[in-house]
Design a protein around this ligand. Structure first.
Ligand SMILES: Nc1nc2c(ncn2[C@@H]2O[C@H](COP(=O)(O)OP(=O)(O)OP(=O)(O)O)[C@@H](O)[C@H]2O)c(=O)[nH]1
Length: 234
């Protein structure tokens, strides 16, 4: 999975006018199987001009304001968007950035179905966004594929003074639900690259693994590579 083709779109319109089918139209540029995985007979060219062999659909989900757009922009451009800007209401393709607002949920549901991976975010400075994770997971299990890769991310880990949710609480919740977890910061860049590459590695491994090859251990990989807030390695 090429990082550069991780093109996100902050919704180009500020109304939920783009229907799932109209957005899928945009994705028609690449040959897609019914499971949504792109298997071109020869490498395909991404919008950014890079070649790739396989493509997966990764979505960012979570409450409004947890930092989904910022995380994607940090990953894609290495930049941080400070301050307030228009809330996401549209959904773009490649890496799909969803609107966290309740009133756009029905639009989001339609996109879960063929997602291969979901990065589920809460904001460590916002208890409600953490408390809502269980509801998000229930929804994900209802609408997404059974084998979807899920990773829980506690974002805004740079906000030391405003922090309300402890890292241990995130770890405990993730353990309860059997999903990998780490804290991230779109502002400082902490673990942002890792979140996307770990998911990409898992998906690629599933797709290309030889029958006798052991499974990729996503949580182990994350534990090994993850950096902590204020840690010497970050
Ligand atoms: N300190 C800090 N602020 C962040 C971080 N990530 C995002 N923010 C801020 O949080 C606010 C919301 O970020 P967005 O990326 O728009 O959140 P979103 O989840 O995409 O929101 P919706 O589009 O409404 O679903 C903005 O003011 C960002 O600057 C982070 O890692 N640290």
């Amino acid at each position: 999975m090429s990082r550069k083709k991780a093109v996100k779109g902050k919704g180009s319109s500020n109304t939920p006018s783009s229907s799932p089918s109209s957005d899928k139209e945009k994705g028609k540029k690449v040959p897609t199987q019914s499971n949504g995985v792109v298997h071109p007979s020869r490498p395909s060219l991404s919008n950014s001009g890079e070649f790739y062999d396989i493509a997966f659909k990764v979505m960012l989900v979570g409450d409004s304001g947890v930092g989904k757009s910022c995380l994607l922009v940090r990953f894609k451009d290495g930049a941080f968007l400070a301050g307030s800007f228009i809330s996401t209401v549209g959904i773009d393709f490649r890496i799909w950035d969803t609107a966290g607002q309740e009133r756009f949920r029905s639009v989001t549901h339609a996109y879960y179905r063929d997602a291969h991976a979901l990065l589920l975010l809460y904001d460590v400075t916002n208890k409600a966004s953490f408390d809502n994770i269980q509801a998000w997971l229930t929804e994900i299990h209802e609408f997404s594929q059974q084998n979807v890769v899920i990773m829980l991310l506690g974002n805004k880990a740079d906000s030391t003074h405003e922090r309300i949710v402890k890292r241990e609480e995130g770890e405990k919740l993730a353990k309860e639900f059997g999903v990998p977890f780490m804290e991230t910061s779109a502002k400082s860049g902490l673990n942002v690259e890792l979140a996307f590459t770990a998911v990409a590695k898992e998906l690629k491994h599933r797709e290309m693994k030889e029958p006798n090859e052991p499974k990729f251990q996503l949580q182990e990989y994350v534990n090994k590579e993850m950096k902590g807030v204020g840690c010497c390695r970050s």
